[in-house]
Design a protein around this ligand. Structure first.
Ligand SMILES: *Cc1c(COP(=O)(O)O)cnc(C)c1O
Length: 950
């Protein structure tokens, strides 16, 4: 490892422990003279890559931003009126700067530790409440990945939840006016699971046959709004369930689906203040009728109480999480779109119900004015009842009109040679309407007076009456509300987040800069290719760099989370077997220790999960593996392995395992979420993998955003390339591609500049050094903590990879202090807990990453050692476990200043167990939260404020 004398390169700032003296201290503790010496022992020779990565030399921050400016300059912004589920919007500056671009929000982790997540949980509860009110259904989740996949989730949910014997196994019927990308994604999912999907014009009634469920779109992609009550009633009559994909802005004016009997509502919240981002990330929502909440996918925020009876938020019904349910999970969604959901919820807080309604009325008025103008010029409309989208008939002239509009800086939707769509939005102006009129060859704009939606579709109910949507009108108030919430939370801007498997590393500010530049952020996913040259250059550049890093031949950036990358990879394997005439190959071997999404994704890919046991040393049990390969020889489709394993160890025999699976005709899926232990040292595409997903929101610096956005690229060898994700806007299996996995071709494109910049800033050497530093840091933690909390699994030379599992089970047996107690006690020390109970119950998994400096790592280690002393105090009988600072953790300010302090330990020990906390103390806003109690009495919307004033 070379060390610069002055900190001038980006790598010197990305890597925390960079001073030679610090490196030497860590090496000495681990027992090695050099970092390379340690790495050579830890990483098996059998997988080491022969050559350094062939990437361009590292650039400085200034140079990278200049390169990004150049790429941005190759994109062309336009007035985006293509619609089709994506609309221009204004992100209020106070929200952009203080949430979207604020590290307190974007560097937060998924709120599994609710005591340090009350701020973002409140924002997500606001999101749920906003959705529930607008769609008229009682329970909404806190985001899904995009509208098309949300509809796919709804369709699968209808298939699970429909208990009507006659209807249960029937087909799924999609209205012909559903977004085309949604139809493509749903058909792709249905193909793997083997159920029938029919597309029909449901405004004309239901088709013949047995129907499991129907999907309507309000307004339809054509802009059409119609009263759904009749067709919904008819569907229910026949035992079908009903999903409506609905636009929230339209629902401020139009009857909500819940009031018309829909069971499920889904949709995108993009136009609530989230930039177009060339297709994503955007939060989708899902809301359900009562009785369906326990089979709803995604995360759900609920209200419970803490140990002092104070109302507190936490994720509800976590038993639905894939880690516990695995192949019986309701969905594979793990990372969702928390940050974007939070932005949308604040957009609603900013505007309030009246503001949203005013925007909707203005949008509708613009659309009407356009319709009136075009009709006055003799043009015919495809539908007369619309909200924001006017579909115009222009026989044979679409290309000409579109070109004329483009020449005026406006993008319209080219439906076919005879039809054009124009969607108005919040940013539409009278000037824009005049230019469109000219492009159509129409006369001057004719202002449409009055209001024109028919009474039969008008909304009469109120919405968003909760004070949170009606108090923060001044910017001062809103700014303080935003700050108040973020102050309740611990994110990476305050403490290391040592989460095994989740790689919470630096999200550098320079990497983040470009994402809100209009030349990246204001591009519609279906804009003409001539306007997206810079975007596509950036995307293919990143794809090439990732192919080089992983050793695969092709990369697709379409999947918008790791789970979606898994599904895309497994569907590629499925496509490959089918093309080879091996339709019977449907068994997926999955080690017992695998991340829960693996099993859930395999089920979604139509595969049968066979679990492989873990050996005593944490590796895959070979006897069991070979027996299962043999037993399923003809049906073997794939094995999914995580490398290094979820146990944080490099298994030396991985190549053998890959060979055995290949010999039996199976494919090898390498879960690449742990790539932070491999970059520059080993390539899954070279040591036996056929396909992998990566998590750009782990290894490649996209921030976690409190539970999303994510990007889960799928990378594969050439033989699987023809089955990689296809564009939802092109016919499936066209030009050598598989089915679409996301609504837009490049998924969460908007955050790709972050990973692009990271790779350029680090270069081959910097990336490799980061990996080595991550190994050193993890081994340092393991070496120092082993005598206090035994490290459960190690590999060659007693070393771990980039993370280590601390085993609490013996201590728990002796003292009753649980791993959860330790996790909560760490909050009193100002830390976010490590990963709790995954992959082994009763343990904590620690991953320091390369970005933490030695002082911070030592601070964490000291906290853990002090906690161990407290556990010893329980063992010695100084206090009982129930009365210990561990079980009572975390301690709120209210608890320690209370005049009736009756605990058997001093207040100082409660909140200042180590000295430095006296200056930098984080007080959690609530104490330990009762999760189970909250699940029994499920409350998932904003509670009356009075509950909080005790
Ligand atoms: C994080 C993770 C996943 C899932 O990724 P998401 O982006 O959350 O869907 C899958 N496998 C492993 C090993 C992971 O750590």
């Amino acid at each position: 490892m070379t060390v610069q004398s002055s900190p001038t390169t980006f790598a010197d700032r990305h890597i925390g422990a960079r001073r030679q003296a610090d490196i030497d201290t860590m090496l000495k503790t681990v027992g090695y003279d050099t970092v390379d010496g340690l790495v050579d022992v830890a990483v098996p020779d059998s997988i080491r890559q022969a050559k350094p990565l062939a990437l361009k030399d590292a650039l400085s921050e200034v140079e990278v931003l200049a390169e990004l400016r150049k790429l941005a300059g190759k994109n062309k912004t336009a007035v985006q009126m293509i619609g089709q589920g994506y609309y221009d919007t204004v992100t209020p500056a106070v929200i952009r700067r203080n949430i979207l671009e604020a590290p307190a929000w974007y560097t937060a982790y998924t709120p599994y530790q609710p005591e340090i997540s009350q701020g973002r949980l409140e924002a997500l509860l606001n999101f749920q409440t906003m959705v529930q009110d607008l769609v008229g259904l009682p329970i909404a989740n806190a985001s899904l990945l995009d509208e098309a996949t949300a509809v796919a989730e709804a369709v699968l949910m209808m298939r699970r939840a429909n208990k009507n014997k006659e209807a249960r196994d029937g087909k799924t019927v999609l209205d012909a006016d559903v977004m085309p990308q949604t139809i493509a994604v749903v058909k792709g999912r249905a193909e793997a699971l083997g159920f029938e999907v029919e597309v029909a014009d449901l405004s004309q009634g239901l088709p013949e046959g047995v129907i499991n469920g129907i999907v309507l779109q309000q307004p339809g992609v054509s802009g059409r709004v119609f009263n759904h009550a009749g067709v919904i009633a008819a569907a229910k009559e026949r035992g079908a369930l009903v999903t409506v994909a609905a636009d929230l802005l339209a629902l401020t004016l139009i009857t909500p689906p819940g009031e018309q009997g829909a069971d499920i509502a889904v949709g995108s919240t993009q136009r609530f203040g989230v930039p177009l981002f060339f297709g994503g990330p955007h939060a989708a929502y899902m809301a359900v009728a009562k009785g369906l909440e326990r089979s709803m996918p995604g995360r759900l925020v609920g209200v419970s109480k803490d140990d002092a009876g104070v109302p507190a938020y936490r994720l509800a019904l976590q038993t639905r999480e894939q880690h516990i349910r695995r192949e019986k999970a309701t969905s594979n969604i793990c990372t969702a779109q928390a940050l974007l959901a939070i932005v949308s919820s604040f957009y609603a807080v900013y505007h309030g119900p009246d503001g949203l309604k005013a925007i909707a009325e203005r949008v509708h008025h613009h659309a009407r004015t356009l319709a009136t103008t075009l009709k006055a010029a003799g043009r015919e409309l495809v539908t007369e009842t619309f909200f924001d989208t006017v579909t115009v008939s222009v026989p044979g002239k679409a290309a000409k009109v579109i070109a004329a509009a483009e020449a005026r800086g406006i993008n319209l939707r080219h439906i076919d040679e005879d039809t054009i769509g124009v969607s108005a939005d919040e940013t539409t102006t009278a000037d824009v309407l005049s230019s469109i009129a000219v492009a159509f060859g129409a006369g001057p704009v004719v202002d449409a007076k009055g209001f024109d939606l028919p009474e039969s579709v008008l909304r009469t109910s109120e919405f968003m009456q909760h004070p949170v949507f009606n108090t923060h009108r001044s910017e001062t108030q809103l700014l303080r509300y935003i700050r108040k919430l973020s102050d309740r939370d611990l994110a990476l801007d305050r403490t290391m987040i040592p989460l095994g498997s989740c790689t919470m590393k630096l999200n550098a500010t320079a990497e983040m800069e470009a994402i809100s530049w209009p030349e990246f952020a204001s591009i519609h996913p279906f804009a003409p290719e001539s306007q997206t040259v810079g975007w596509r250059e950036l995307i293919s550049g990143l794809e090439n760099d990732l192919a080089e890093i992983t050793g695969y031949d092709q990369v697709s950036l379409q999947p918008n989370a790791g789970s979606q990358g898994e599904l895309a990879g497994l569907l590629a394997i499925r496509g490959y077997h089918l093309a080879n005439g091996d339709a019977q190959r449907n068994v997926c071997l999955i080690p017992a220790s695998a991340h829960g999404t693996n099993a859930a994704s395999a089920v979604l890919a139509g595969m049968k999960v066979v679990v492989v046991a873990t050996a005593a040393d944490g590796s895959i049990d070979h006897t069991d593996l070979y027996a299962k390969i043999e037993a399923n020889r003809d049906a073997l489709s794939a094995i999914m392995i995580t490398y290094p394993s979820t146990h944080g160890v490099y298994d030396a025999d991985v190549t053998e395992i890959c060979d055995a699976v290949h010999a039996a005709g199976g494919q090898v899926y390498v879960d690449g979420a742990n790539l932070n232990a491999l970059v520059g040292l080993a390539q899954p595409g070279k040591f036996g993998g056929d396909v992998s997903h990566l998590n750009l929101h782990k290894t490649f610096c996209i921030p976690h955003g409190g539970g999303g956005p994510g990007v889960g690229p799928v990378a594969a060898k050439a033989h699987l390339a023809p089955f990689m994700p296809g564009d939802a806007n092109k016919a499936a299996h066209e030009d050598g591609h598989g089915v679409a996995i996301s609504a837009s071709n490049f998924g969460s494109a908007g955050v790709l500049p972050i990973s692009w910049a990271y790779v350029k800033l680090m270069g081959a050497e910097g990336l490799t050094e980061a990996t080595k530093s991550a190994l050193l840091a993890a081994n340092y933690v393991a070496a120092r903590l082993n005598e206090y909390f035994p490290v459960l699994y190690t590999g060659e030379g007693g070393l771990v990879a980039h993370e280590c599992i601390l085993d609490l089970r013996e201590l728990t047996g002796k003292t009753g202090v649980t791993a959860e107690d330790v996790a909560k006690r760490l909050i009193d020390y100002g830390f976010h807990a490590p990963t709790l109970a995954f992959p082994v119950a009763g343990t904590l998994m620690v991953e320091p990453t390369e970005s933490e400096d030695l002082a911070e790592i030592d601070r964490f280690i000291d906290a853990m050692i002090t906690i161990r002393q407290e556990i010893d105090q329980v063992a010695n009988g100084d206090f009982s476990v129930e009365n210990s600072p561990l079980r009572n953790a975390p301690h709120t300010a209210a608890a320690v200043v209370s005049s009736d302090w009756k605990r058997e330990y001093p207040r100082e020990q409660a909140v200042f167990p180590v000295h430095h906390l006296k200056q930098d103390k984080y007080f959690p806003p609530v104490g330990r939260i009762d999760g189970a109690g909250g699940d029994r009495n499920l409350i998932c919307s904003c509670p009356p404020l009075s509950e909080f004033e005790n």
